[in-house]
Write a protein that binds this ligand. Structure first.
Ligand code: FES
Ligand SMILES: [Fe+2]
Length: 353
C-alpha cells in the first residue's frame, strides 16, 4: 500500500516515551521510539542490522539503544557505536535508519520520507489551538482495526454523531444542518452549522451552573480542518439560539491519525474545553464520555464497516454517496493526488531517506 511519505505523522504522545523502548508500526515500517537523556525523542528502524532482532526488545542506555540479542549499540542517529564482538569494528553497514522526529504540543511527530525534506514548519498549523488561553486538555490514543482513510471519513462527517454517540449528539442535530467545504492545497476545511437544535448532553454538562443558558435548544457549529495525510482539528461550539460566537462554549479536539498498516490505525486524540475548567468531576465525565465514544462507538462501527467491504479502498466498493460525504470524498481525492505526485517524483529520484 502507498502512503504519503514526505509528511509529519503523529508517532506517540511524548508522555508515552521514556528510557524504555516503545515499538510502533508506522506506515508498515517498524519503529522503535525512546527519549534520550535530555528527553529528546529518538526514532530508529526497529530491526537490528545483524540478525534483525527488534531493537525494541533491547535496552536504552542513556543516549543509545543496545540490541537484546548480541549487544550491538546504536546512537540516536542510528550509527553503531559499540560492537562487543571480534575487533569491535563499527562499519557504516552496521547502521540502522534513523527518522527525523520533533516534539510539539506534547506529541512526537515522525517524518517517514526523505530526511532532508523534514522541516518542522510543515507541522500542522492548527496545533496552535493547544496554546489558547483558558482551556484545559485531556488526551489519549487507541488503535482502530481499519484503514486510516475510513477514520478520516468518519471525522469529516458529523452527521453520524446523533446516531452513534448519545453523549456527543442529540436526535435532530442533523436536521437543517448546513455544510460548507473549501480546500487549499493539502488543507480542507469543513464548516457545519445547525441552528435552534437540541443541545447535546456533552454541552449540557458544560453549561452546568449557568442559569442564563438552560434552554433546550442552541446553535451548534463545527469547524473541521483536515490536513493531509490525516491530521484533523475539530472545533465544536454551542451558543444560545442566535447568540454571538464570542459567547460560545467550545470543545476543540484533535484527531491525529497514523496508518500502522493498510488495515490498522493509530488514533491519537486530544480534547479541550473552556468552561468548568477547575472541576475534576467534569473533567472525568468528559474524558469518560469521549473515550467511550471513540473506543466503544466509533472504533467498532468503523471496524464493522470494513468487515463488509471487499477491499480497504472505500470508493472501489462503489458506495452510495450522500451529500454528507462531500468533505470525505474530497479529502480522499486530494490525498490520492498527493500520493501520486510523490510516487512519480520517487520514480526518478533516488531514495535518500
Ligand atoms: S541481532 Fe542485534 S546484535 Fe545480533
Ligand atoms: Fe464518531
Amino acid at each position: 500500500m502507498k502512503y504519503l511519505k514526505n509528511a509529519w505523522y503523529a508517532a506517540a504522545w511524548a508522555d508515552e516515551l521514556s528510557q524504555r523502548p516503545l515499538a510502533r508500526m508506522i506506515c508498515e515500517t517498524p519503529i522503535v521510539l525512546f527519549h534520550d537523556t535530555e528527553r529528546r525523542p529518538v526514532a530508529l528502524f526497529d530491526a537490528c542490522p545483524h540478525r534483525f532482532a527488534p531493537l525494541s526488545l533491547g535496552r536504552v542506555q542513556g543516549d543509545r539503544i543496545a540490541c537484546g540479542y548480541h549487544g550491538l549499540e546504536f546512537g540516536r542517529d542510528g550509527r553503531c557505536i559499540k560492537n562487543p564482538h571480534g575487533n569491535g569494528a563499527t562499519p557504516a553497514a552496521l547502521s540502522v535508519r534513523s527518522f527525523p522526529v520533533v516534539e510539539r504540543c506534547g506529541m512526537v511527530w515522525i517524518w517517514m520520507g526523505r530526511s532532508e525534506m523534514a522541516d518542522s514548519k510543515h507541522l500542522p498549523e492548527h496545533l496552535k489551538a493547544f496554546d489558547q488561553p483558558g482551556f484545559v486538555w485531556s488526551h489519549g490514543n487507541l488503535n482502530v482495526a481499519a484503514p486510516y482513510e475510513m477514520v478520516v471519513d468518519n471525522l469529516l462527517d458529523l452527521s453520524h454523531v446523533e446516531y452513534l454517540h448519545p453523549f456527543l449528539g442529540s436526535a435532530g442535530n442533523s436536521k437543517g444542518r448546513t455544510m460548507r467545504v473549501e480546500h487549499d492545497g493539502n488543507l480542507l476545511i469543513c464548516r457545519t452549522e445547525a441552528t435552534d437544535t437540541p443541545v447535546t448532553p456533552l454541552f449540557r454538562l458544560m453549561r452546568e451552573g449557568d442559569e442564563s443558558v438552560d434552554d433546550e435548544n442552541g446553535d451548534l457549529r463545527g469547524e473541521t480542518h483536515w490536513l493531509a495525510p490525516a491530521n484533523i482539528y475539530l472545533d465544536t461550539t454551542t451558543t444560545r439560539v442566535g447568540a454571538p460566537l464570542n459567547t460560545a462554549i467550545s470543545v476543540p479536539t484533535y484527531h491525529l491519525l497514523t496508518p500502522a498498516t493498510a488495515d490498522s490505525t493509530h488514533y491519537f486524540w486530544a480534547a479541550g474545553w473552556n468552561r468548568l475548567t477547575d472541576r475534576d468531576d467534569v473533567a472525568q465525565m468528559l474524558r469518560t464520555g469521549i473515550v467511550n465514544a471513540f473506543e466503544n462507538e466509533d472504533e467498532p462501527m468503523i471496524r464493522a464497516c470494513r468487515s463488509r467491504m471487499h477491499s480497504n479502498d472505500l470508493l472501489e466498493n462503489r458506495p452510495a454517496l450522500l451529500p454528507i460525504d462531500e468533505a470525505s470524498v474530497l479529502a480522499r481525492r486530494i490525498l490520492g493526488r498527493l500520493i501520486d505526485v510523490e510516487s512519480k517524483e520517487n520514480a526518478v529520484l533516488p531514495d535518500l531517506g
